[in-house]
Ligand binder design. Structure first.
Ligand code: 0A1
Ligand code: ZN
Length: 877
């Protein structure tokens, strides 16, 4: 909690720390109400810092019990406690030992930042600024120290005591409590500190690195959850092997621990040697987890593991550089995912996520560069822009350089900066030096917000066989950035003949034609690319594999159909199909044609997808799904949520009816997929079958019976949930029966119960707003559990466009009520919930006014957290 007008932190205000910390010795005496933390810091004045500045230690929600300098107690006249919570010590010797004793109350910590309890156990979360809630410390990533941690606790309550690094000692104290000491040999910033203590069980395995180091692996979970860790462990070992094989990066400690916790603000956290995970990204059994859950676990386990090098060994100088570790690590986890399954489908899924979350952000009031210039609360900047667009930037580097040169750049980066806290310039310079490419202009991608819009035009001269492609880029103004510069945009492309065959390409000036995909680099606002040897005009296939995070528009419908059928690049085939369907929907919306028959082109395309679905069921399932309502909304100047919903339903129903026999045949053919497996083919078959089910359910009564039968017979959560989603959209007795049965069966499993809340929150039924209000008061709803809040409130406001935007404003009111109730407990979750209200400019005047009024109501709340204040005020600006 802070005052109403918090201070802004600016990137250009960075100053090196006045003091460095060489070693930290911590001792925790754990107690839920009163934990005592003793810290012993060896300090040294930073030769690069201000020679006269005092030592400033950050602190928040701490009780200071004592301070000693070089063994002597410090009197109150030797330090000052400032209003922002920090502890300032002037007149320190250039090298000294400072001992600090503080008291904290983990059980009262509802922010879930710092040290807190969950299910009776203790957990820490220190990124970005949580360590200051444990003890006074220069809580900034450029202060890297070696930590030794001793944890003392009651043995019965906390038989397991974990921290970073390797365990070096353990034993019993004279008073009967026990302790463990952990030493982390690697210097690290405070945000990577972790402690876990409680009654947890380990699932163990081991990994031998390629240089022969034996690593003991353990996943720590509650009793009863030990049967749900196989997939997480498997994913961990795959990640360790992959990073060695692809980047030559080996694990560097004797132990690697993962602890799972039910109350967690984010997905997981890469603390050195002791990752802490939201249970959602660890626990899975076929009966409880969907295929999407399995994918999420593999992705997040890999992501946190990869941070060991990109984030931990090489870390960020300051929080403005966050994408240095996050963008790069997301890129690495995406590449890993592509190697573990179908690379094409993985790219489709990743681009869909980028478009669903990052494109709207880049187009709204909270748009910011991948490297922001200022913030009130850094926790507000763990955004799709920093993560997903940051990953796209790394991917552009990768595609421009190719795998070998990119790898050389990465080797240079790690080799040069190991054990350092660095900037994005350092990263780009290393990639440029190691990869051998001038990237000066490329830095603009980090500083300029907004998504470039690309348009094209073409001219052909049959006499010379020359075909000219003109590419134009344009980026709209974003808050604080009125003028935009052209960006260097790598465009992977190829040319197709009129019969759909891939043509070799030769640019003017080149001596030889090249087969297949090539790269064009657009650097100007407008640029011509002249191709030779083309007696007939070709069809360009652009942005293969989505080689740059841009919007490409203005492609004719006829050409989209052509590309969707013929392109050799699976991403472009999928994307052209999605664009085609979007164009159709926008036309129907504009024409208010809410009772039209589906377009014959679309029917034919879907029919042929079903025909060839067996070859690649995973891809077919992706391509058969129509663009989401929010994706269509993102293409409209003024969103009409009801019309979008109506038109999309109309199309789906129409397709379901026209192709009912084929959907049915495909559904039946896939009914027995044998024992549950989680490979891409088996999950692709489930996805395809469930896509067919959804179409059939809209097509007629029979579909509901089919869904109910599937729900009753399902032996895995993927099939059960897909059927329940279908039923939840209806007003049928089958719906009520299925939801009640689901609740009765799963009420003891919190992750499955989250699904029960989400399904109801995302139902398109008109009464969903009332349902959601009722569910908010359900005994199983818990405002203090972030997963439950996301499952109900997040799913409703971010995942149910048509009902959230109910013209009455009831959806907006519900969201604002929740934010106001939650903010005093957990500002991070409250502020993250608010985003959908920020999109008020895109709604019609009446809805826009209702949304603004709710944002103003939030802003007028006394004692609003700095986080929510920043989001709400920027959303209104
Ligand atoms: N570094 C983590 C994300 C993370 C960030 C903040 C947290 O608490 C406020 C927790 C986790 C990651 O990228 O996975
Ligand atoms: Zn990360």
């Amino acid at each position: 909690m802070t005052e109403q007008t918090p201070r802004e932190t600016r990137r250009t205000d960075y100053r090196p720390p006045a003091f460095l910390v060489d070693t930290v010795a911590l001792r925790f005496e754990l107690d839920p109400q009163a934990t005592v933390v003793r810290s012993r810091l060896t300090l040294r004045r930073n030769p690069q810092g201000d020679a006269t500045a005092p030592l400033r230690l950050d602190g928040e929600a701490l009780v200071l019990l004592g301070l000693r300098l070089d063994g002597k107690a410090l009197g109150a006249n030797r330090y000052a406690l400032e209003t922002d919570g920090s502890l300032v010590l002037p007149d320190l010797p250039d090298a000294c030992v400072l001992e600090v004793e503080t008291r904290i109350a983990p059980e009262a910590n509802t922010e879930l930042s710092g040290l807190y309890t969950s299910g009776g156990a203790f957990f820490t979360q220190c990124e970005a600024e949580g360590f200051r809630r444990i003890t006074y410390f220069p809580d900034r990533p450029d202060v890297m120290a070696r930590y030794t941690t001793t944890v003392v606790a009651d043995r019965a309550r906390c038989p397991v005591l974990l921290s970073n690094g390797n365990r070096t000692d353990a034993g019993t104290l004279p008073d009967g409590r026990h302790f463990a000491t952990w030493v982390d040999p690697h210097p690290k910033p405070s945000y990577l500190f972790a402690l876990v203590a409680g009654d947890l069980l380990a699932v163990r395995d081991s990994f031998t690195t390629r240089s022969g180091r034996q690593v003991a692996l353990a996943i720590w979970v509650r009793r009863g959850d030990e049967t749900s860790c196989d997939h997480a462990m498997q994913s961990l070992k795959q990640s360790m092997a992959w990073d060695e094989r692809v980047f030559g990066l080996e694990y560097d400690l004797d132990e690697f621990n993962i602890a799972a916790v039910s109350d967690f603000n984010m997905g997981a956290m890469e603390n050195k040697g002791l990752n802490v995970f939201n249970t959602k990204y660890v626990l899975a059994r076929p009966e409880t987890a969907t295929d999407a859950d399995y994918d999420g676990i593999q992705r997040v386990i890999a992501h946190e593991y990869f941070h060991n090098w990109t984030g931990n060994r090489v870390t960020c100088r300051d929080w403005f550089q966050l994408s240095l570790k996050e963008g790069l690590t997301v890129f690495r986890d995406q590449q890993f995912g592509a190697d573990m399954g179908s690379a094409a489908v993985k790219r489709i899924v990743d681009v869909r996520r980028l478009r669903a979350a990052q494109f709207p952000e880049d187009d709204g009031p909270l748009a910011h560069p991948v490297r922001p210039d200022s913030y009130l609360a850094i926790d507000n900047f763990y955004t799709p822009t920093v993560y997903e667009k940051g990953a796209e930037i790394c991917r552009m580097l990768y595609r421009m350089l190719g795998p070998d040169r990119f790898r050389r750049g990465m080797d240079t980066y790690i080799g040069r900066h190991d054990n350092q806290a660095v900037t994005i310039e350092d990263f780009v310079r290393a990639i440029s030096d190691g990869g051998g490419m001038d990237l000066t202009l490329f830095m603009r991608w980090y500083s300029q917000a907004g998504t470039p819009e690309l348009t094209i035009s073409e001219t052909h001269d049959p006499a010379t066989g020359r075909w000219t492609l003109t590419l134009r880029q344009f980026t709209r103004p974003t808050p604080g950035q009125a003028e935009k510069q052209p960006l260097p945009i790598p465009i992977a492309m190829g040319l197709l003949g009129q019969d759909g065959t891939e043509l070799p390409t030769r640019l003017a000036g080149e001596t030889e034609a090249r087969p297949g995909t090539r790269m064009l680099l657009l650097t100007e606002a407008e640029q011509d690319f002249v191709f030779e040897d083309l007696p007939a005009p070709p069809v360009p296939s652009l942005l293969r594999g989505f080689s740059a995070p841009v919007r490409l528009g203005g492609i004719s419908r006829e050409r989209l159909r052509f590309l969707a059928t013929h392109d050799t690049d699976p991403f472009v085939r999928w994307d052209a199909g999605q664009h085609y369907a979007t164009a159709l929907m926008l036309e129907l919306i504009a024409g208010r044609a809410h009772d039209a028959e589906p377009d014959e082109g679309l029917v034919a395309a879907m029919a042929s997808l079903l025909e060839g679905a067996d070859a690649d069921p995973e891809f077919a399932a992706e391509a058969l799904a129509l663009p989401s309502e929010s994706y269509v909304a993102d293409q409209m100047k003024v969103v009409d949520p009801e019309a979008i919903h109506a038109v999309r339903q109309l199309l789906r129903r129409g397709l379901g009816r026209r192709l009912a026999a084929r959907f049915r045949a495909t559904y039946e053919r896939l009914t027995d997929t044998g024992p549950y497996r989680i490979d891409g083919r088996a999950s692709g078959q489930r996805a395809l079958r469930n896509t067919c089910l959804a179409y059939l359910a809209l097509a007629g009564q029979d579909g509901i019976a089919l869904a109910k039968a599937q729900f009753d017979a399902a032996r895995n959560m993927t099939d059960a949930l897909a059927a329940l989603v279908v039923l939840a959209a209806t007003n049928t007795p089958e719906r009520d029966d299925a939801l009640a049965a689901f609740h009765a069966r799963w009420r003891g499993d919190e992750l499955v119960l989250d699904k029960w809340f989400s399904i109801q929150a995302t139902s398109p039924r008109p009464q969903t707003v009332e349902d959601v209000r009722r569910l908010y008061r359900h005994p199983d709803f818990d405002l203090r559990n972030p997963n439950r809040v996301r499952a109900l409130v997040g799913a409703f406001s971010a995942g149910n466009q048509v009902r959230f935007h109910d013209a009455s404003g009831a959806g907006y009111r519900f969201l604002a009520d929740t934010v106001i109730a939650l903010d005093p407990m957990n500002g991070q979750i409250a502020s993250r919930l608010i985003n959908p209200l920020g999109m008020w400019r895109r709604q019609d005047a009446a809805r826009g006014a209702l949304m603004r009024a709710e944002l103003e109501r939030v802003l007028a709340t006394p004692k609003l957290s700095r986080l929510t204040f920043e989001k709400a005020s920027k959303a209104l600006a």
